[in-house]
Design a protein around this ligand. Structure first.
Ligand SMILES: NC(=O)c1ccc[n+]([C@@H]2O[C@H](COP(=O)([O-])OP(=O)(O)OC[C@H]3O[C@@H](n4cnc5c(N)ncnc54)[C@H](OP(=O)(O)O)[C@@H]3O)[C@@H](O)[C@H]2O)c1
Length: 229
């Protein structure tokens, strides 16, 4: 099995995805923020790195060192992201910039150097990005303008990767989850019907499918997972 990078690996979704891909036999390079390993497992196939992916230069240096050490990196699952409430009329530049930095820049800073690395491999490489329903339908995102816009940029990033990468075996898939059943969401919305939420394991399985031989052949892949709320 090849090596896969997972960003946001210590987050609510990241922990489940990391476990799943380790169990599937991948070597996983887990990138975390300042939270460090957190609840990540102690596993011989896990390599841990800490980085602020909002920092362009440091992220480029990290990717260069990783691709030098692990030339079989075949995919990057880019899970870093964050959420903020606020309709268009309540959105300041500061809020917009913060959401774009959190959701778009952290992905873009990984994609740019990795795209160059994947170009050097005849097998190319794969990006798995995380969008959100409001990024694709403004009617679902009127209460979260900055968040929705920043996730729309992530979806568009995947489109550009596919447009530029298809001759080079470089592809991007976007996972578009409904509300995920995480401990953090249960705590934040105790009154909600958790049965309507999407299990993180189903997202992990979808990501593993994207990385399978069959999944790698699917073009312009946008996978909606779970029911709209
Ligand atoms: N939760 C949902 O219902 C839901 C629904 C739709 C889409 N999504 C998307 O799914 C993804 C995962 O969500 P989640 O609930 O697992 O989020 P989460 O628990 O908040 O995890 C976010 C992760 O991002 C890392 N991170 C944040 N800023 C970083 C930075 N500058 N550099 C490096 N790492 C950074 C955090 O690491 P540290 O703690 O170490 O900083 C953390 O591991 C996100 O993209 C989110 O937008 C979530």
């Amino acid at each position: 099995m090849s090596t896969v990078i997972i960003t946001g690996a210590n987050g609510n979704l990241g922990l489940v995805v990391t476990d799943h891909l380790l169990s599937a036999g991948y070597r996983v390079i887990a990138i975390t923020g300042s939270g460090g390993a957190g609840k990540l497992p102690d596993h011989p196939g896990l390599i841990l790195k800490e980085a602020d992916l909002g920092d362009e230069q440091k992220t480029t240096a990290l990717v260069t060192s990783l691709t030098d050490h692990y030339p079989d990196i075949a995919a990057a699952v880019l899970l870093v992201g964050g959420f903020a409430v606020g309709a268009l009329q309540q959105t300041s530049d500061i809020m917009l910039e913060s959401m774009i930095r959190m959701n778009f820049h952290t992905a873009f800073h990984m994609v740019r150097p990795l795209f160059s690395f994947f170009e050097t491999r005849k097998e190319g490489g794969q990006f798995i990005l995380i969008g959100s329903r409001p990024a694709l339908d403004a009617r679902e995102g009127t209460a979260f303008f900055a968040y929705s816009l920043s996730k729309a940029m992530v979806v568009k990033l995947a489109g550009f990767v596919n447009a530029e990468g298809w001759r080079k075996n470089i592809t991007a898939s976007v996972i578009v989850p409904a509300t995920i059943d995480t401990p953090a969401n249960r705590k934040a919305m105790p009154e909600a019907d958790f049965t309507r939420w999407v299990s993180p394991i189903h997202i992990a399985e979808a990501i593993a499918f994207c990385m399978s031989d069959a999944g790698r052949n699917v073009q312009d892949n946008i996978l909606f997972i779970g029911k709209p709320s």
